[in-house]
Design a protein around this ligand. Structure first.
Ligand code: SF4
Ligand code: SF4
Length: 75
């Protein structure tokens, strides 16, 4: 099982709510900014993610979401 945290940085307004709600400190604010001038979250500790979905639920701009993907089966 692979955890994928997708962040659409151009939608992000840099509010930091997703970072604040993540109890596992998976996310941190980037030192970089998007085209609108907002710092956006980046994934720091993907392996710590609990797939709780809180970051996705609280984002007012639908800029972050979490997916679980099955590993590709070996041929
Ligand atoms: S799904 Fe939960 S644990 Fe994973 S990054 Fe979002 S808030 Fe953190
Ligand atoms: S909650 Fe959404 S808008 Fe706010 S920093 Fe996170 S991704 Fe960006």
């Amino acid at each position: 099982m692979t955890i994928r945290i997708e962040i659409l940085k151009e939608r992000c307004k840099g509010c930091g709510i997703c970072i604040a709600v993540c109890q596992m400190e998976v996310l941190r604010l980037s030192g970089d900014t998007n085209e609108q001038g907002y710092a956006y979250p980046v994934v720091e500790k993907n392996e710590s993610c609990l797939i709780c979905g809180l970051c996705e639920m609280v984002c007012p701009d639908f800029a972050i979401w979490v997916r679980q993907e099955e590993e590709e089966a070996m041929p």
